[in-house]
Structure formats: C-alpha cells, structure tokens
Design a protein around this ligand. Structure first.
Ligand SMILES: NC(=O)c1ccc[n+]([C@@H]2O[C@H](COP(=O)([O-])OP(=O)(O)OC[C@H]3O[C@@H](n4cnc5c(N)ncnc54)[C@H](OP(=O)(O)O)[C@@H]3O)[C@@H](O)[C@H]2O)c1
Length: 304
C-alpha cells in the first residue's frame, strides 16, 4: 500500500512513518526541505514540495492508496503576531487545498484522505463533556480548524473518504508540550498554568499514531473524530502526575497567573488557560482500543 505523508519530518509524522514502514507500507513523504535523505532501512522516500502549489510531487498522488496530511506551521513556536498567525493559517489551508487539487487531477485518486485538525476546534468548553457533536467554538485556533477541515472535505467530491482527526495535546518525550514542560519540572519549578481547573486533553504519541491511521483499517470511520485520551485530566491533575513521573513537586497552590501568561505569550496564552474535556466517542464506538487510556502509565512509559 502506498501512502503519501506530509509533515513526516515533524514530531508526529516521524512516528507515523516509522510505524507505517514497520508494517511494510511504501511511504512518500512530502517535505519542503531540499535533499532530505531517506532513513536507512525504511521504505520511505522524501519528495520535495512547497506546500502551496502543484508540481512534480503531485504525480505521486496518482495511484496512491491514502494521504495522511500533518504539515503546518508550529502553533506554539512563536508569539502570535499578525504575521505568525497568517503563516499558521495559510500553511494549513494552502497545503490542504493543493493536495485536493492533486487528488482532483489524479486518474486514480487515493481512496482515503486523513487531514489533521485539533481539539482547538471546540474553543473553550469549561466543564462540558465534549464529543464530536459539539459545535465549533470561538477564537483563533477554532477558526483555523474550521477552515482547515472545510478545505479537506472538498476532496469528498472526488469520491475520496475524508477523515479529520481532532488531535489533543500529544505527549512524547521528544518534544511538543512535554518538551517544554519537562525542563521546568526538572528544575523544581513545575506548576499549573492559570487556574489549573481547565481540562487538558492529553494523548500518548503512540495512540495518536494508531488513531490517525485507524481509518486505514476501519473503512466506516470518516468525518471529524476526536483523538485524545478517554480520560482527560485537569491542568492541576496533569501537573501532579507529571511531577510524580519525574520525581519532582508540582506547586499546585501557586500556579502561573493568567496575567503573567498573557504578558509572556500574548493571545496564545488563551489556549493554555482554557481547555476542553474531550470525549473520543467516535473512536470508542468504532472499536478503537487506546493503549494508554490513563495518565500515570502513559507518563511512566514515556519517561521510563
Ligand atoms: N503536537 C501536538 O500536540 C498537536 C496537537 C494537535 C494538533 N496537532 C497538529 O498535527 C500536525 C502535526 O503536528 P506536529 O506536532 O508533528 O508538528 P511539527 O513537529 O511542528 O511538524 C509539522 C511539519 O509541518 C511542516 N511545516 C512546518 N511549517 C510549515 C509551513 N509553514 N508550511 C508547510 N509545512 C510546514 C514541516 O515539515 P517540512 O519541514 O518537512 O516541510 C514540519 O515537520 C500539525 O498540523 C499540528 O497542528 C499537533
């Protein structure tokens, strides 16, 4: 089976390509980086694209079985200036649009398009149990996700099954949220952000990879589906578990005040101060089994 993967050089994409290659898939990884060398021993070939216009890469889409689309400018890599926000939006919309154009011109289009989204779709949900029936929220990230999913759904008109996994906060020792939090905790400075009462929709990276690829084996899964652990924790609970896993305290009575977060991070602080109690109902009902449904074993596996 031939899979087109975008964002394969990223945190999740690297894991996805290793997982697929172990199962003897052929992977074509689209990257903006020139001369990216294929890793030894994996059935993976890098092909260059600019993530916004058609080119020779689009021929790879013709005859492929599926596309897994992860590419996009990092959300928390920089303060959200107008320029950064534009890059966050455009990198997702333009790359998705050009993939749909490649699908449209293929003689043999892929049967499946997995195009990432995020739980940010729901905005701030306070204590509401949030499954896929909840409407979009408000705010920058919610708007990005709405546009991103709508662009991907345009592939359906070419007979392609489109799936939009709304990913939670991915836990992986190599980076992402834990990459930022771990050194702070190791320096005995760990504490919740904001009130600590907001929900933190975490998911172990191994379950993200398996959940992203689940539409490959479950042909009934389509549309948006939540990809976060079935047992979300509050920020305070998460920090306590992280402290325990790292044998460090979490100063839950202190906490980083909201005004300090806003001062440091600007508008991006809102997405840390607020949260969603995500229920991955569609995955559960379609028979998906999480390997790490609870937090302590997930963190233990990551830091072992
Ligand atoms: N990690 C999380 O906790 C999390 C949570 C929810 C949703 N997601 C979503 O899942 C996707 C993958 O996440 P990740 O953490 O693996 O991301 P990542 O490590 O930042 O990697 C994303 C990849 O996208 C490509 N990229 C970066 N900037 C781009 C731009 N301006 N235009 C086009 N491509 C660009 C890069 O590939 P090349 O340099 O090879 O082109 C990069 O390797 C993202 O869309 C992210 O929003 C992630």
């Amino acid at each position: 089976m031939k899979i087109i993967l975008t964002g394969g050089t990223g945190l999740i994409g690297d894991r996805v390509s290793q997982y697929l290659a172990r199962q003897e898939y052929e992977i074509i990884a689209l990257t903006r980086r020139a001369g990216q060398k294929s890793p030894h021993g994996l059935n993976l070939r890098f092909v260059q694209w600019d993530a916004r216009s058609l080119g020779a890469w689009a021929q790879e889409v013709d005859g492929a079985d599926a596309i897994v689309h992860l590419a996009g400018e990092g959300i928390f890599d920089a303060r959200w200036t107008a320029d950064v926000k534009q890059r966050i939006v455009e990198s997702r919309i333009n790359s998705t649009r050009v993939l749909v154009q490649a699908i449209a011109q293929a003689q043999q289009p892929p049967s499946l398009f997995v195009s990432t989204s995020a739980v940010g779709f729901y905005g701030d949900r306070k204590n509401e149990a949030t499954d896929e029936t909840a409407p979009a929220g408000t705010g920058f990230l919610a708007d990005v996700c709405v546009q991103w999913e709508a662009e991907a759904q345009k592939a359906a008109q070419y007979g392609v099954r489109v799936a939009n996994p709304r990913i939670g906060i991915v836990l992986d020792k190599n980076g992402g949220a834990l990459g930022r939090m771990k050194p702070i905790f190791q320096a005995f400075l760990g504490m919740p952000l904001g009130s600590g009462k907001q929900w933190f929709p975490w998911i172990h990276v191994e379950d993200v990879v398996r959940g992203l690829l689940y539409p490959l084996e479950n042909i009934r899964l389509e549309g948006a589906y939540n990809l976060a652990s079935p047992n979300p924790a509050t920020m305070t609970e998460f920090c306590a578990a992280l402290g325990e896993a790292l044998h460090r305290p979490s100063w839950s009575l202190v906490g980083v005040p909201e005004f300090a977060l806003r001062l440091g991070l600007g508008e991006a602080a809102d997405s840390l101060i607020r949260g969603q109690k995500i229920i991955p109902r569609k995955l559960i009902e379609s028979g998906f089994a999480f390997r790490f449904p609870t937090l302590a074993p997930a963190l233990e596996e990551i830091f072992q």
